[in-house]
Design a protein around this ligand. Structure first.
Ligand SMILES: [Zn+2]
Length: 179
């Protein structure tokens, strides 16, 4: 059976599925008094918006094609679709302060929340994380709790320009320094 992958050379860059892929098309329509009557071809190209209903990835046709070229011939398991795509894909990788590692090397002076406290973190909570390179700590409001990741919105104005107030950041339990 032919698939979208085979036929169009496109797949979701995030979850690598191809069966719930939407693409934005342009179509001309005759304007009538009671609405529009589509005529002619539907068109879309490399820059057309497309998205995946499995994981909510969205981007362009070009990106979906590149994702497919990169995986052609490679069998790989579908990724966890519960993780919102854009954080995973678009956010440049920031090196966050690893609270667990710091606590292990300085148990007396570097305190972190317990595993139990971190397991109870829920959307709406404020937690403090930090960027390792700049040793800058800031508050983040939790938006989504996924299996291994948190997604939160930066709640402080920062000195670094790598991420700024209001942006979404992805991090893990080990990065939580204060709740
Ligand atoms: Zn997807």
């Amino acid at each position: 059976m032919t698939s979208v992958k085979d036929e169009w050379g496109m797949e979701c860059p995030n979850c690598h599925k191809d069966d719930r892929f939407k693409v934005e098309i342009s179509v001309m329509a005759i304007l009538c008094v009671d609405g529009t009557d589509p005529v002619g071809d539907q068109t879309w190209d490399e820059d057309s918006f497309c998205c995946c209903s499995h994981c909510d990835w969205n981007g362009t046709v070009d990106e979906a094609k590149l994702a497919h070229e990169g995986t052609e011939g490679i069998e790989r398991p579908a990724r966890d679709c519960s993780v919102p795509h854009e954080e995973v894909f678009r956010r440049p990788m920031l090196t966050l302060i690893d609270g667990v590692a710091l606590n292990q090397s300085n148990p007396e002076t570097f305190q972190i929340p317990t595993d139990e406290e971190k397991a109870n973190i829920k959307p709406g909570d404020s937690v403090k994380i930090g960027i390792a390179d700049h040793d800058e700590q800031f508050w983040v409001t939790i938006e989504t709790v996924a299996e291994e990741h948190f997604f939160g919105r930066v709640d402080n104005h920062l000195l670094t320009d790598e991420i700024s107030f209001g942006e979404t950041i992805t991090f893990q339990k080990r990065h939580v320094l204060t709740i």
